[in-house]
Design a protein around this ligand. Structure first.
Ligand code: SF4
Ligand code: SF4
Length: 340
């Protein structure tokens, strides 16, 4: 998979697509967002997930020190649904637009209050002139070296041989939550009612009926590309291997994710510098687990140069395979799983 972060609108159509068909069925799934779109810089979902442990350390699964034995604490780590005070503010809801500012009202409230997209669009940087944010859509990476699989003492989590999809066998799962702690991306969710672990199933029932993944087909920004790595003609492989414009999210976790991101470019701020600090992008993205920060920065600069060069070619009336792929005029340019 490749997600082009230059095109994500933060519309959450992907999130709601997944919620509608998979996690709106059973009790205990309300807080589960197998697909979530978080604002960066921001704390993500669950809160500060990249600091909660997981992945591999010294060849072994790192189960993390946070909330050992009780992870996840649903309210503390994921928060609860929240509302805006529309009725106070919006005339359409009977309010007075001058009455007060729109603000979130979490339930339960308090200093530790948090929820999915709590820090939506807050961003970072000096205001005015140099502030920024961007969207980071996330799903399970269906890793080549999945820590969730390695962490499970019951062999309940497994990777399908035919297509690499990582699944939880609900009949074998006993709800120990080692997979939740072992996944560094925190993309396994514990169903508090069923007492079982659940995660993105890569829409395998759809694939088996010749339908592409729902969050991919519903993506309004057309940012999502999918294909098998065995097909060199698939655009995912052209973006990753030929054009080399896509990188991995936190590859240092050691799970060998199969979701790549094209890092977001930004116009200069009023200080003449890149608006999104490249150091922050290099914190998020790398090519492999051993790559140092300086090499990551050099790679991101290289990617931006490639994108700018190819854009300039097209602007001057020329042709560019890369820009054609990124524009993705038809669904067939993006959704290339050979389901036959
Ligand atoms: Fe497992 Fe998915 Fe987490 Fe990778 S991202 S470790 S496959 S749950
Ligand atoms: Fe971004 Fe596409 Fe999801 Fe909209 S549907 S938030 S554009 S990934």
């Amino acid at each position: 998979m490749v997600f082009d972060l230059n095109k994500c609108l933060g519309c959450q159509a992907c999130t709601m697509a997944c919620k509608t068909i998979w996690t709106d069925r059973n009790q205990g799934q309300m807080y589960q967002y197998w697909n979530n779109v978080e604002t960066r810089p921001g704390r993500g979902y669950p809160k500060n997930w990249e600091t909660l442990g997981g992945g591999f350390s010294g060849g072994k699964v790192d189960l993390g020190e946070v909330h050992v034995g009780v992870f996840p604490k649903i309210t503390e780590d994921y928060g609860a649904p929240w509302q805006y005070n529309y009725d106070e503010v919006l005339k359409t809801d009977g309010g007075d637009a001058t009455a007060s500012l729109l603000g979130p009202s979490p339930e339960p409230d308090g200093p530790g209050a948090y929820a999915n997209n709590w820090d939506e669009d807050v961003g970072d940087g000096d205001n005015p002139g140099n502030n920024y944010y961007f969207y980071l859509p996330r799903i399970c990476n269906h890793c080549t070296n999945p820590a969730c699989v390695a962490a499970c003492p019951r062999q309940a989590v497994y990777k399908r041989e035919e297509d690499g999809i990582v699944l939880v066998d609900q009949n074998r799962c006993r709800g120990y939550r080692y997979c939740v702690r072992g996944c560094p991306y925190k993309k396994v969710y514990f169903n508090t009612q069923e007492k079982l672990s659940e995660k993105c199933i890569f829409c395998y029932p759809r694939l088996e009926q010749n339908e592409q993944n729902f969050c991919f087909t519903q993506c309004v920004g057309r940012i999502r590309y999918v294909g098998y790595d065995t097909n060199p003609q698939a655009n995912v492989n052209k973006l990753v291997d030929d054009w080399r414009v896509a990188m991995l999210l936190f590859p240092e976790f050691g799970t060998e994710p199969n979701l790549y991101y094209i890092p977001p470019m930004s116009p200069p701020g009023s200080n003449g510098q890149e608006r999104i600090p490249i150091d922050y992008l290099a914190y998020l993205f790398g090519d492999n687990k051993d790559q140092k920060r300086r090499a990551r920065i050099a790679r991101i600069e290289e990617i931006f140069n490639i994108l700018e060069t190819e854009r300039a070619k097209v602007a001057a009336g020329g042709a560019s395979e890369l820009i054609d792929i990124l524009v993705a005029k038809s669904e067939a340019d993006r959704l290339q799983l050979d389901l036959g």
